[in-house]
Design a protein around this ligand. Structure first.
Ligand code: ZN
Length: 250
């Protein structure tokens, strides 16, 4: 009998693995409800059909698998050889026959999950490099993939909504996004109010507080609406600030 359980016993990490598996199931359900002809339609991502998106999510699983291999072997295995190579691979993947595309998507996700399951406790803190060149513990790959599967399910544009994403995932996503903006200083003059969640606003309480003189734009809405806007997926559901262009995130 094959042991199918995770090797880690870290409760926080087991929780994160559960979340990524739920997200992966959510993503696969969204793909499965599309018939082959519907794969040719545009996704919500500029310039990408659903085929491009599915190829990307499949290759992303393989790329993250290379980071697991890096930790295992202590030999550098980058996610992608270069941004150009990543784009070329996606363009090519988008032309695969539907069956092969679905196969890629499914198998890449299953392999990655097996690799995570078999990762021994001590390797989760091993440092690997993201496609953006950031050094992160291997554990971060679980979160990287979590963002991909939940958000890209919405990008398939066949019914999944940002509001379907678990609240704790949305919270962490918003934290990532505003963290990037703060790091680049592109959040200057921006006030974000998350309805019912005073703890999540920007500027954060205590840091340069909202100041009439410097605030140029206010964005307000519930958590899914704010994350949708902040991640570049439109502000239609905001209660205020739908016209505000969010700073770039990725
Ligand atoms: Zn992506």
């Amino acid at each position: 009998m094959v042991d199918r359980s995770d090797r880690t016993r870290d409760p926080g990490l087991l929780e994160e693995l559960l979340t990524v598996r739920r997200g992966t199931a959510f993503w696969h359900r969204a793909v499965q409800t599309l018939d082959d002809g519907e794969l040719d339609a545009p996704s919500l991502l500029e310039g990408w059909t659903r085929r491009h998106l599915i190829a990307h999510v499949g290759y992303n699983a393989r790329a993250i698998g290379r980071l697991v291999l890096w930790a295992e072997t202590d030999e550098e295995h980058p996610m992608y050889a270069s941004p150009e190579e990543r784009a070329r691979e996606i363009d090519l993947g988008a032309t695969l026959p539907a069956r092969a595309l679905r196969h890629l998507n499914h198998h890449a996700a299953v392999s990655l999950d097996v690799e995570w399951r078999d990762t021994p406790e001590e390797l989760w803190s091993y440092r690997v490099k993201t496609a953006q060149g950031r050094l992160v513990p291997l554990r971060e790959t679980v979160w990287m993939r979590t963002r991909e599967v939940w958000l890209h399910a919405v990008d398939l544009d066949n019914g999944a909504r940002v509001a379907d994403i678990p609240e704790h995932v949305l919270e962490r996503l918003l934290g990532d996004i505003v963290g990037v903006w703060a790091g680049r200083g592109t959040d200057q003059g921006l006030t974000i109010q998350v309805e019912g969640r005073a703890d999540l606003g920007v500027p954060a309480e205590g840091t340069n507080g909202p100041d009439e003189a410097t605030t140029k734009a206010t964005v307000r809405g519930d958590l899914p609406a704010v994350v949708s806007w902040a991640s570049g997926r439109g502000g239609a559901r905001l209660t205020e600030g739908a016209e505000v262009v969010p700073p770039r995130w990725i």
